[in-house]
Write a protein that binds this ligand. Sequence first.
Ligand SMILES: *Cc1c(COP(=O)(O)O)cnc(C)c1O
Length: 396
Amino acid sequence: MYNDFQQYLQTTLREIREAGLYKNERVIITPQSSDIQVEGGKDVINFCANNYLGLADNAELIQVAKERMDTRGYGMASVRFICGTQDTHKQLERAVSDFFGTEDTILYAACFDANGGLFEPLLTADDAIISDALNHASIIDGVRLCKAVRYRYANGDMEDLEKQLQAAQAQRFRIIATDGVFSMDGNVCPLNRIYELAQKYNALVMVDESHSAGVVGKTGHGVTEQFDLRGKIEIITGTLGKAFGGSVGGFTTGKKEIIDLLRQRSRPYLFSNSIPPMIAAAGIKTFEILTRDNTLQDRLHANTDYFVSKMQSAGFDIKPTQSAICAVMLYDARLSQEFAAALQEEGIYVTGFYYPVVPKGQARIRVQLSAAHTQEQLDKGIAAFIKVGKALGVLK
Ligand SMILES: *Cc1c(COP(=O)(O)O)cnc(C)c1O
């Protein structure tokens, strides 16, 4: 039996390689940071981590995690409702609620699970989900697992959303689902207008703050801060794997009855292990760091503004961004790969994206800024972009 299957797998893998879509993992041999060493020993400046606030190697978080491991052990060996809940987990849920100004929070092993387990317990075939076309894969999967009627609107297109909401009046309950920041362009969802339409057409709103929390809004409290909608959105999901420390863990936060029902029925919560106490403790510390002052958020915003404006004045074609994602448009897939490889030679670590990750003819290099980047690192990055841009004929 395996022979036939093996041949099939080998063919599929060959097709992926021939299409130029095979993903090779690049190996890092230092902690995640703005300055990393890759296998082979080369030092590079990192512009492609989701380490927006530079907390992935933060000394305070490491210390808290170590201490909590000493006092509360290594792992829980249980799902939450059997014997996997410590006071630390409850305190982290409280900290997430306080950060977002919501009523209650439920933790998951990842935001992928939070989204995957969100819709099915709440909605039935009588209801509707209206989803942005560029939503994250985990939202798409979560929607697939649910029997609700599906509607889709073009990315950030409020006319289209309104049309879909009109069509969805046929259903009992409606929920609009959107990413806070879309990860390929760095654009923010127009949450103010989504909220208005939700009021007009009697819908709930769900926002995935994975790329926006810690980043967007004056104090990094996400899109609900940016649009002055704190406490008004029924469901927010997010991750501890990006700005909030870069480790692991996800959450859904919002109205207390929604969270309560998820605790009863959400499958990735009921049938998957608790996050380790050390991760929960470091999570609590992360929210403490972000609320005691605005140093990291301010630095991230200043770094992003600086990088984007320097790249624009150098003549690069930059997608309009309202986040810490800066898409340098090259349009050609091969060029995006050559450009990224040449940058790595210059000690700049980035990723080139092309179809099917982005639309055909929309190849780009996605730069992600971090509060951890120093002025010198930003300047080196910009200089390398200009040098390679000239060498490859992107800049005159
Ligand atoms: C990264 C990301 C996720 C997944 O988060 P994990 O905690 O790593 O599973 C979900 N949604 C969006 C929008 C993301 O960007």
